[in-house]
Design a protein around this ligand. Structure first.
Ligand code: FES
Length: 221
């Protein structure tokens, strides 16, 4: 299948607590990526494939802020440049792996997998309902052997509810209102329920917007 991933946007690479003191490998939009924290706590993301023989860098180790490949010991800095080769005195010119822009905005670590040099033109979406007063949220990981955009479409198209969830309250698919994720609206969902109310503005936290949030940002699994 030809992947149809939109690349010009930020994706959730991990939750903040997934990136600890070690090396964390994850495939994002079919790209192997290794994430880790510098001694300062800042998160770094590099292509998880050594420039030498393709060994997964996530199976190597950290030496301070340098990532050391677990095969022949090439050492990479935070920009992905090779800065040391144990078996020879010099580093061949230009040896490097791609470094991806990362922004940590708890609870998420965001990554830019698109064209290098363009990440500063965009910002990760704001998710005020994850920490804003009057809101509660919950999260879970769902592993699906399918293109993630099918999942987005699934949750945006609520006309499937009467057929797939016959136990749900009686809903007329002709009158079910669509979710709105345009950055200006959220949806109220009663705890444990799937009944969708009118979208309400996020600005000012509408008084009725106090139920559990089930809106999720694009995740790159
Ligand atoms: S494959 Fe990484 S150092 Fe050889």
């Amino acid at each position: 299948m030809n992947p149809n991933y939109p690349l010009g946007c930020w994706y959730v690479a991990a939750t903040s607590d997934e990136v600890g003191s070690g090396l964390f490998g994850r495939k994002l939009l079919d790209r192997p990526v290794v994430l880790y924290r510098l001694e300062s706590g800042q998160v770094v993301a590099l292509a998880d494939r050594c420039a030498h023989r393709g060994y997964p860098l996530s199976k190597g180790r950290l030496d301070g802020d340098l990532l050391v490949c677990g095969y022949h010991g090439l050492r990479y800095d935070t920009a992905g440049a090779c800065v040391g080769v144990p078996s020879q005195p010099n580093v061949p010119y230009g040896v490097c792996v791609r470094a991806y822009p990362v922004r940590e905005e708890p609870p998420f670590v965001w990554i830019w997998l698109g064209q290098p040099g363009t990440s500063s033109l965009h910002s990760p979406p704001k998710l005020p309902w994850l920490s804003g007063e009057g809101w509660s949220s919950s999260g879970e990981t769902v592993c699906l052997a399918a293109n993630y955009m099918l999942v987005h479409e699934h949750y945006l198209d609520l006309t499937h509810i009467p057929e797939v969830h016959p136990e749900a309250p009686d809903l007329d698919p002709r009158t079910v209102k669509p979710l709105s994720f345009g950055g200006r609206h959220a949806v109220t969902v009663p705890p444990g329920g799937e009944v969708v109310s009118d979208p309400v503005p996020i600005e000012g936290h509408h008084p009725s917007a106090t139920s559990s949030d089930q809106a999720h940002p694009p995740t790159a699994q």
